[in-house]
Design a protein around this ligand. Structure first.
Ligand code: HEC
Ligand code: HEC
Ligand code: HEC
Ligand code: HEC
Length: 434
């Protein structure tokens, strides 16, 4: 017995080592193949609407997205406090007379509020098209795939709303499998296609801007089915957009005082920024300023707390500018200058509207000249609104903003002059002098 003890002990040791080796090999064999970047913890379904489900894999991105619900600070011209733009500047009530925006028009706020805010807008009624949900929910990519955009847009807002329970979320910007940035809005896909562009060939830096163009663009509802369309066929400059609408003889509403067929511009951030701005030409993307890199211990991630960079300029501007205080001051100077110029444009527009209205009531008014005055009013206000509805008070492209406002003021004064001429008033006679 005594002699066999070492044999038993070594057999046991060999057996234990053998089992341990087999177990280790099995364990290694059953590990997932090495991947680049973060290893997914859970499988996320394609177009998963619920951002909370993505949160398990990407807690920092999710937590920062959630912060967009809480921002409530105002800046000089922006910020996240939904104050009334109409109370702030009562001239807008005259400029948008006869249209929903003269009833309610509020400052925008963070992405997570999108669904609550669209449902509370007073401009929404029983006839409102489902299209209005296009930029408000992460349910959209799934719904577009399921029903097609034409059917989505044709469905009434009230009916479509039954299928929508999420605000803006991960599925609006990312492919769930690869996490790549993608174009999710079929209207953007079609608008790029109309210009002969395919976003699948874009660089990563280009996508960091184009992904915002899913929503931050000028658009209109085409035809009976309210088909979401970006007016980009001729280009994305304000003149291209204006001539596109003119060719189509499109109007959003008729101004009750001037009688002009009007266009309401929506938030054309993408169009203004990409119209040769200094930052765009230097290869800077929307995400560089609005989604700066942030640290969580060793991990670096893009802040998804998208908001005014002025609320925390250090990470937003400091990545490229050493003197952040200086560039932030420059923003203030640029915005004040754009606002002063815009103020003059609004004065000219209100004067044009009043003069056209008075002239239209004058006996023997020249209808041809009056029509010319109306079309000048439309063109002037469309240009002004391109800058007014854009949310950066000109900062995204200061030179372009000032150029457009100068042209808008000129067109508005021409409209007023034509209206004087139409009525044959002293102003008209004066204007006829060389
Ligand atoms: C160089 C930095 C920079 C880039 C690039 C940039 N922005 Fe901005 N953006 C700003 C600043 C500064 C403001 C002004 C914020 C304010 O007035 O509080 C602003 C304002 C905005 C606002 C309004 C914010 C608010 O507080 O209401 C929106 C929306 C916006 N940008 C979207 C975009 C989109 C979309 C792009 C790309 C097409 C873009 N920005 C590119 C710096 C940038
Ligand atoms: C409005 C568009 C938008 C939404 C919504 C959005 N993202 Fe992103 N996300 C971006 C952009 C832009 C980047 C930067 C990508 C790049 O640099 O290539 C990014 C980057 C990322 C990255 C890469 C790592 C990093 O932080 O740079 C991950 C992971 C990610 N997002 C997860 C999410 C998750 C999870 C959600 C939902 C909770 C979400 N994103 C919602 C636009 C968005
Ligand atoms: C799916 C549509 C959608 C996409 C994609 C999107 N946005 Fe927005 N964004 C909105 C809407 C809608 C609002 C206004 C929400 C509200 O006021 O309730 C908004 C608001 C904002 C604001 C104002 C936030 C505040 O607190 O005032 C900024 C800044 C902004 N977006 C920038 C961006 C940038 C930069 C991108 C691209 C990285 C982007 N957005 C992509 C729809 C979108
Ligand atoms: C990704 C890099 C990058 C980021 C981020 C960035 N900028 Fe710039 N900025 C540039 C470049 C490049 C130029 C042009 C070259 C120069 O003048 O330095 C520029 C120029 C400017 C100018 C001068 C513009 C002109 O037309 O003369 C101002 C003002 C400015 N930036 C403000 C800001 C502010 C404010 C922020 C943050 C909200 C910011 N930038 C974020 C790269 C950046």
């Amino acid at each position: 017995m005594k002699r066999s003890a070492p044999i038993v002990v070594s057999t046991v040791i060999i057996l234990v080592l053998g089992i341990a080796l087999i177990a280790t090999l099995l364990f290694i064999n059953n590990q997932p193949a090495p991947t680049r970047g973060i290893t997914p913890l859970v499988q996320i379904a394609q177009m998963e609407a619920d951002s909370h489900r993505w949160a398990v894999n990407y807690p920092n991105q999710y937590a920062s997205l959630v912060q967009t619900a809480e921002n409530a600070q105002r800046t000089a011209y922006g910020g996240s406090l939904p104050y009334s733009k109409l109370e702030n500047d009562p001239r807008l009530v005259t400029l948008f007379a006869g249209y929903g925006f003269s009833i309610e028009y509020n400052e925008d706020r963070g992405h997570l509020n999108s669904l609550t805010d669209v449902r509370e807008i007073k401009r929404v009624n029983e006839k409102t098209a489902g299209t209005c949900y296009s930029c408000k929910s992460s349910n959209n990519p799934g719904l577009w795939a399921e029903m097609g955009m034409a059917e989505y847009d044709r469905t009434l807002f009230s009916e479509l709303g039954k299928h929508i329970d999420q605000p803006i979320g991960c599925a609006n910007c990312h492919d769930a499998e690869t996490m790549a940035l993608i174009v999710t809005n079929p209207a953007l896909e079609e608008a790029l296609e109309a210009q002969g562009k395919d976003w699948r060939t874009f660089t990563r830096q280009e996508m960091r801007t184009v992904v915002c163009a899913n929503c931050h663009v000028e658009y209109y509802f085409a035809g009976e089915g309210a088909y979401l369309t970006f007016p980009w066929k001729k280009g994305t400059r304000v003149e291209d957009i204006s001539s596109y609408y003119a060719e189509l003889e499109f109007k959003d509403w008729v101004h009750p005082d001037s009688g002009a067929a009007m266009i309401k511009m929506q938030h054309p951030e993408y169009e203004l920024f990409t119209a040769g701005s200094t930052h765009y030409n230097a290869g800077v993307a929307c995400a560089d300023c609005h989604m700066p890199y942030t640290r969580d211990g060793a991990a670096k991630y893009s802040s998804h707390n998208v908001r005014s960079p002025l609320l925390d300029p250090e990470p937003a501007c400091g990545a490229c500018h050493t003197d952040v205080k200086y560039v932030v001051e420059r923003v203030g100077i640029i915005q004040d200058q754009v606002w002063e110029t815009m103020d003059a444009t609004e004065e000219a527009l209100v004067a044009a509207i009043e003069t056209i209205k008075t002239s239209a009531e004058a006996p023997g008014v020249d209808q041809t000249l009056l029509e010319e005055a109306r079309s000048l009013h439309r063109e002037a206000q469309l240009r002004w609104d391109f800058i007014a509805a854009e949310n950066s008070m000109g900062f995204h492209n200061p030179e372009e903003a000032l150029r457009i406002l100068a042209s808008a003021t000129d067109l508005a004064r021409q409209a007023q002059l034509k209206a004087f001429q139409a009525a044959g008033s002293p102003g008209g006679q004066q204007a006829a002098l060389p």
